[in-house]
Design a protein around this ligand. Structure first.
Ligand SMILES: [Zn+2]
Length: 112
């Protein structure tokens, strides 16, 4: 599980980086919402997850929270904490290795 957890964390952190760019460009165009990419553990996932920038910012305020398409969560490492939209869920990493890795890879300063 150790290696797999690190791999999962890296994949999800990569999708998070993509979403950071989507959020930044949406913000530049004064958009209120955007279609984000699903931040799940499947590197081949091409699902789009709609969210307002406000909802997105809320997800990003915690380094262990990720925005996923419903049903894409990996029950071994994460649990759903919120469903802001019928096409989106927010998950929290409870697996220690995954949580530590995604915190380390967080592009934002993690104050927790
Ligand atoms: Zn997905």
């Amino acid at each position: 599980m150790g290696d797999q957890a690190v791999r999962v964390a890296h994949t999800e952190a990569l999708f998070r980086d993509v979403n950071e760019r989507i959020a930044a460009s949406a913000d530049r165009f004064n958009a209120r919402d955007a279609e984000f990419v699903c931040e799940c553990a499947d590197p081949g996932c091409a699902e789009r997850v709609p969210a307002t920038l406000e909802q997105y910012e809320e997800v990003r305020s915690d380094g262990t929270h990720f925005l996923l398409s419903p049903g894409h969560e990996l029950p071994e490492v994460e649990r759903v904490v919120k469903q802001p939209h019928r096409r989106s869920v927010v998950v929290e990493k409870f697996n220690k290795v995954v949580a530590r890795t995604v915190r380390r890879l967080n592009p934002r300063v993690d104050s927790t």
